[in-house]
Ligand binder design. Structure first.
Ligand code: N01
Length: 491
């Protein structure tokens, strides 16, 4: 298995994407200082999903001090759950602090990645060709907007746009605004626009369970204390109260029959029943599936906002869109001036539409048909030296994806070290390791709450939840270091 001194002294490593995970990889590679590093980013700024999403009310539902790189604490977070623009500024500041402008090439979308004679050949949309020993695909998950297939949408006379393509030139104040979609995005937009619109109509094919999570601002005194003593930030990041809450949540979602999921169900039910006074509205808003089957929504004020006189909900399927508004299947017309499509993302795309062709003609598109999967969300057989951050089957629960990406990066560093040490030129995940992983994963995933009988972006095309179906500790343990027997070392 071990072949001595076959690796180049310095590897050329291409990182694809300058969002949260790509920034992480670029920093860690530059700090190691051993390799030539280039980052290709399709847009003109760093930030990924936080750059793309600019809708009113955008916020992260992971506590700000946990949704922060371990090596770049931020004393300035304004509140327990940070607003989106603040998160975008944080990523820009970190990228600047680590001088990533020296390695990022903006406006370069990688469209092809092909293994040729043991190296990756990359091509960008502008025709640039590059070669790399190692590729880090940090391409994100939720960034291909899913446009609803609604008849007549093109005949709507007012402005209409997807939530991830917000048109800031459109005036909202005093307008009648319709919001289609009741995921985290739709709920955040409704909370933010209530009171600004003359009439706000939340159009929901399926109502959602809502978990009441307060968002407390940090005072100037607290921020000053964080600045003076960053250990106080660690106290929040690693607080027993936070980690035990995340662990309880994980135990809930991985076991449909656990007492922890019953507890969540009770909290959500009490939130609905205690918050919504009108019994007709209350029953309209009551989902007919289990809490957390779809990604659980955190909001402290959604029910308050939908009970305002200038806010309404329209629940049920849409028949079609008319020039004046939305015709529901029950025949009612919801007349609006502006239509927002908070209809989610094609969550199964991952690195695609990039074409990835690996060893012996392995085609990622074919490999991921009908459903994507990657070992620990990182590697796929046939794609040697091609490593993903937050790839398919990585955790999507309510862990901080930054923490997950850092753990995945540490795992990748072990594999890079083997190449640097001259043990091989390439590492390739073995097919039987992948099969065994998927076999165990799929059996466990079916038992998670996501598989309890609802539709959601968590489900792949075969109906299996594409999420980490075990505990956080299991993820930490399995990503601590690669098992040598899982990989083929290629000279
Ligand atoms: O998208 P979604 P999202 N007609 O897929 C509806 C992350 N996020 O953008 O349930 C009518 O959850 C669809 O209806 P149904 C977070 O991980 C994080 O809201 O399929 N309706 C559903 O209501 C989140 O989970 C934050 O019946 C149609 C909605 O559109 C993920 O992004 C903030 C329809 C889509 O919901 C995605 O959330 C925001 C149609 N034809 C987002 N097609 C944080 O706080 C779709 N829908 C970190």
């Amino acid at each position: 298995m071990t072949i001595a001194n076959t690796a180049p002294q310095s590897l050329r490593i291409v990182v694809i994407g300058a969002g949260m995970a790509g920034i992480l990889a670029a920093i860690r590679l530059r700090e190691a200082g051993k390799h030539q590093v280039v980052v290709y980013e399709k847009a003109d700024r760093v930030g990924g999903t936080w750059r793309e999403n600019t809708y009113p009310g955008l916020a992260c539902d992971v506590p700000a001090h946990a949704y922060t790189y371990s090596f770049a604490p931020n004393a300035e977070w304004s509140s327990y759950l940070a607003p989106g623009p603040e998160i975008q500024r944080y990523f820009e500041a970190v990228a600047q602090q680590y001088a990533l402008d020296k390695v990022i090439q903006f406006g370069q979308e990688v469209v092809r990645c092909e293994l040729k004679d043991g190296r990756w050949e990359l091509e960008t949309a502008s025709g640039l060709i590059d070669h790399a020993d190692v590729v880090i695909a940090a391409t994100g998950v939720l960034h291909h907007p899913s446009m609803p297939d609604l008849p007549g949408l093109d005949r709507f006379t007012g402005p209409s746009f997807h939530s991830a393509q917000w048109d800031h030139s459109v005036a909202l104040d005093g307008k009648r605004i319709g919001i289609i979609g009741s995921g985290s995005t739709g709920v955040q937009i409704v909370s933010a626009l209530a009171g600004r619109a003359s009439k706000l109509i939340h159009i929901q094919r399926t109502p959602q369970w809502i978990m009441p999570v307060p968002n407390t601002p940090y005072s100037e005194e607290q921020k000053a204390a964080f600045r003076a003593d960053p250990a106080l930030i660690d106290d929040i990041r690693y607080a027993e109260a936070y980690t035990s809450a995340v662990n309880r949540f994980t135990e809930a979602i991985i076991d449909q029959d656990s007492p922890q999921i019953r507890e969540i169900e009770d909290i959500c039910r009490q939130n609905l029943e205690g918050s919504v006074k009108d019994p007709v509205l209350r029953e309209k808003l009551r989902p007919n599936y289990r809490a957390a089957c779809k990604r659980l929504i955190y909001s402290s004020d959604y029910y308050e906002k939908v009970q305002r006189p200038d806010v309404a909900v329209a629940i049920g399927p849409i028949q079609h869109i008319e020039p004046e508004g939305v015709r529901m299947a029950d025949g009612t017309l919801q007349e609006v001036d502006v239509l927002v499509l908070a209809t989610g993302f094609h969550a199964d795309r991952f690195v695609r539409p990039m074409r990835v062709i690996g060893r012996n003609g392995t085609d990622l598109d074919a490999r991921w048909s009908p459903a994507p999967s990657a070992y620990l969300g990182i590697t796929v057989p046939g794609l040697p030296n091609f490593f993903m951050l937050n790839g398919p089957t990585g955790p999507v629960g309510n862990f901080s994806l930054i923490d997950i990406a850092e753990r995945q990066w540490n795992y990748i560093e072990h594999l890079l070290a083997d190449i640097e040490a001259g043990k091989c030129r390439q590492v390739d995940l073995k097919e039987d390791a992948m099969q065994a992983y998927d076999h165990r994963r799929i059996a466990a995933a079916r038992k998670t709450i996501f598989g309890s009988g609802c539709s959601s972006w968590y489900l792949d095309a075969t109906g299996v939840p594409v999420s980490w179906p075990w505990s956080y500790d299991a993820f930490a343990e399995q990503t601590a270091a690669p098992k040598n027997e899982d990989y083929e070392y290629i000279a």
